[in-house]
Write a protein that binds this ligand. Structure first.
Ligand code: SIN
Length: 517
């Protein structure tokens, strides 16, 4: 690896943006991704990116909406940073060439759930993530940033002089040790560990497990956000049906054709997404139906087709015209609110290891993220990480209100098989899903520990096999959910349905048996 600049792991919006900004600041970053450069969760983001740029809007309103959606746990400083810096970061994207949609010569702004104003910028209608990803990727290549595909981060070790990273090709060959360079984890979330997810299959959260093994504290992992409306059809992918469709006026109906959301929340279809997901889940259980129906037939056909071309094309391949008939939808895992605990400059608890984007946990989303704040998070905190890479200062995330230790123990070192992966996905979906309870969560922790015992290397000094880090992340999610004995935001426990003041804090997990050399 010729460069001695920062090592950036992940090629979604956070990783690409940090790499580009680091380059603009005169550094020589190397970006690695386990897949292809263009493949990431960002690519599939439809709705857009929130920023208070409208005439009727203000940073204060965006901040208030972010805080209100977050179930009482939003870190106000982080949310202020996010909302204040949003317009500047959007200007950066425009400067870098992202073609945001316009209307009558002004930027077009959509509406999404729990936003009090129309403030969602979008590109290509519902292809916002794709447009951003393509623009940043092309620019990174044009800038000559060293970008290595099919290159996997296998291990992180905290040392006195920083962090040592071990990399290999995705076939396990060409193992390489990188020392003395800051490492930025922009590896995304863990939605793909669930049986049903809006995320691409590569979104398996191993960055979180890797950091945890190296001694980093992780926080807020119990808050897994379920998107209310993904396409439901036997054997079909759970393709996202963006909230922006509801923002344009679509409504949800049950199997009997009744609009049911007003029964659950005054804001009905525009209630926060945890509320909408739980309402759909209840309605499906009540009626025994496998899905509900997103009815967009009230939106003028021209408007529907112009605004959501990606969705229209996708549905056409299943013979569905949403201007004439409702779309079958069901909730699916969508976004990992928690992750590697970082401060607002991306410092984790391991010196030299930074995090940003969905892999990181700053507390900015509290217990439930406001729609379209996730691409924004990658930019705002990515920028702050890039500046740290140029002018490092000491820093660490605030200590969580409570930290629980999780033991790492040697296993049998078996390779991850398809059956292991399916067991993890099914366990998370069934036991750590939209509604959880103590017995189910205990069973999930036991199952995930047993899968981990098969996959963990026999001696700590060996490289964990592919998959062990992802399974560890799944176990951490289940452990956090079992520990938090209340319901809050995206974490809903049928055996502890109340939100309790006694639990109004961030929950941390840290490793016993973590590698320190
Ligand atoms: C959507 O388009 O509905 C997803 C947006 C988000 O997750 O913020």
């Amino acid at each position: 690896m010729p460069s001695n600049g920062p090592l950036i792991v992940g090629s979604g919006i956070a990783g690409l943006y940090v790499a580009l900004r680091a380059r603009e600041l005169g550094l020589r970053p190397t970006l690695i991704t386990k897949s292809r450069l263009e493949e990431s969760n960002t690519r599939y983001a439809q709705g857009g990116i929130a920023a208070a740029v409208g005439e009727d809007d203000s940073v204060g309103r965006h901040l208030a909406d972010t805080v209100n959606a977050g179930g009482g746990l939003v870190d106000r400083r982080a949310a202020r940073q996010l909302t204040e810096e949003a317009p500047k970061r959007i200007a950066d994207l425009v400067r870098m060439g992202v073609p945001f949609d316009t209307f009558d010569g002004r930027v077009a702004l959509g509406r999404e759930a729990a936003h009090s104003r129309s403030r969602i910028l979008h590109a290509g209608g519902d292809a916002t993530g794709l447009q951003i990803e393509e623009t940043l990727r092309r620019r990174a290549l044009h800038e000559g940033i060293e970008a290595r595909e099919r290159t996997v981060l296998r291990r992180l070790v905290a040392t006195k002089g920083g962090v040592t990273a071990t990399l290999s090709r995705d076939d396990g060959r060409s193992v390489e040790v990188v020392e003395g360079r800051p490492v930025v984890l922009a590896t995304g979330g863990a939605g793909g560990l669930y049986q049903y997810s809006s995320n691409p299959s590569i979104t398996t959260g191993e960055g979180i497990g890797l950091a945890f093994r190296a001694g980093a504290t992780v926080t807020d992992l119990e808050f897994v956000q379920f998107h209310p409306t993904t396409f439901y059809h036997d054997g079909a992918p759970r393709f996202l049906m963006t909230e922006a469709i509801r923002g344009e006026g679509a409504v949800l109906r049950n199997d009997a054709g009744e609009r049911f959301l007003p029964k659950y929340d005054r804001a009905a279809e525009l209630a926060p997404r945890d509320v909408v997901s739980r309402a759909i889940d209840r309605e499906m259980r009540r009626t025994g139906a496998p899905c509900v129906w997103l009815d967009a037939t009230g939106i003028p056909r021209d408007r529907l087709f112009a605004r959501f071309p990606t969705i229209i094309r996708f549905l056409a391949s299943y013979g569905i015209d949403p201007s004439r008939e409702p779309i079958p939808v069901a909730p699916a895992a969508h976004y990992t609110v928690g992750g590697v605990a970082t401060d607002l400059d991306g410092h984790s608890t391991v010196p030299g290891l930074f995090g940003c984007g969905e892999a990181a946990s700053t507390g900015v989303h509290g217990a439930n993220r406001l729609a379209s704040n996730s691409l924004l998070e990658g930019l705002v905190f990515g920028e702050r990480v890039a500046r740290q890479l140029l002018h490092p200062t000491a820093g660490a995330p605030p200590a969580p209100g409570r930290t629980v230790t999780v033991r790492l123990r040697p296993g049998r070192g078996a390779p991850m098989g398809t059956a292991d992966f399916e067991e993890v996905r099914k366990t998370l979906w069934e036991k750590v899903g939209i509604v959880r309870d103590g017995p189910g969560l205990r069973e999930a922790v036991r199952t995930l520990q047993a899968v981990g015992d098969r996959l963990e290397p026999p001696e700590r000094i060996e490289l964990p096999g592919p998959g062990a880090d992802a399974v560890l992340t799944a176990r951490l999610i289940a452990t956090a959910a079992l520990t938090r004995t209340e319901s809050r935001g995206a974490h809903w426990r049928s055996d502890h349905p109340k939100t309790l003041d006694a639990w109004k804090f961030h929950l941390g997990l840290s490793a016993v048996g973590a590698r320190t050399r």
